[in-house]
Design a protein around this ligand. Sequence first.
Ligand code: IPE
Ligand code: IPE
Ligand code: MG
Length: 292
Amino acid sequence: MNVEDIVQQKKLAIDRELESVLSRDDSLLFQAMRYAVLSGGKRFRPLLMLAVGECFGFNMSRLLPVACAVELIHNYSLVHDDLPVMDDDDFRRNKPTCHKAYGEDIALLAGDGLLTLAFEILGKTPLDDEQSDMRGEVIAQVSQDAGAEGMVGGQVLDLTLSSETIAPEEYYTLISKKTGALIMTSVRVGAMIAKASSEDMKAIIEYGRYVGLAFQTRDDILDADQDNSDRAQVRPNSVALFGLEEAKRKLAEYVNLALAALDKIPYQSEELRYLAKKLLNVKKGKQNESNS
Ligand code: IPE
Ligand code: IPE
Ligand code: MG
């Protein structure tokens, strides 16, 4: 099987696992949670975690629930990000946003439900037979990356800083938190559970940092084509800050740096290379990739 097929198979396994954890009951809340999560999505973060595990020789089955927990957190962040008090978006993944389909109150609570379900899964998943403190470490890491010092903190920077006045260093901090933190948690936690050596951990963290920067730069390039709202004009983003050509150059540079970080790891890293290189594709419109 080639790497593309392997990744596609993993994506199917992720989707099945997500469906299973979200099928507990048919309440309005679970319907909204399912709507938000099972509406497509590239599953980039869980794929990254499984690929990191694979790279360090760790079986995917034990990582799958943890990888899906991170995906639930990502989806909660999207539901809240789309709300009228945040980005006020009507569509996501080519479908009406969760609040458009279920109302703002239920969407807000669906986001809360996804976030707490993620931590329930992390609390229940057996991670390591010998060292039970691994779970505590994982939960602390995910909390830190998803919370005020990570993704939530990045969202605050996104709301409060303007592309007209933001300095490039502030922008890197913003995207490293807003988008980079959950990408980094996928990479770091995968390596933690697979018991990567400290040397390998350093290299994989470097990979995760550049993949995070590349991911948001690419998202900004894709958005530049289609988001003409007032908020999009002032929102800090790579294209507004550096111009389209420079943003594309930076994207290529980040991907190259991510690949260079993998050269330091003495294991097979084909899937991780494939996932990083996929970010170079900016031709496909954003609306066409929600299922790819
Ligand atoms: C979109 O994330 C929001 C950002 C952090 C840039 P994704 O591009 O991963 O969205 P889905 O999950 O594939 O729809
Ligand atoms: C969303 O960022 C980031 C999070 C939800 C943490 P954006 O606002 O840039 O992404 P889209 O355009 O809504 O997907
Ligand atoms: Mg948004």
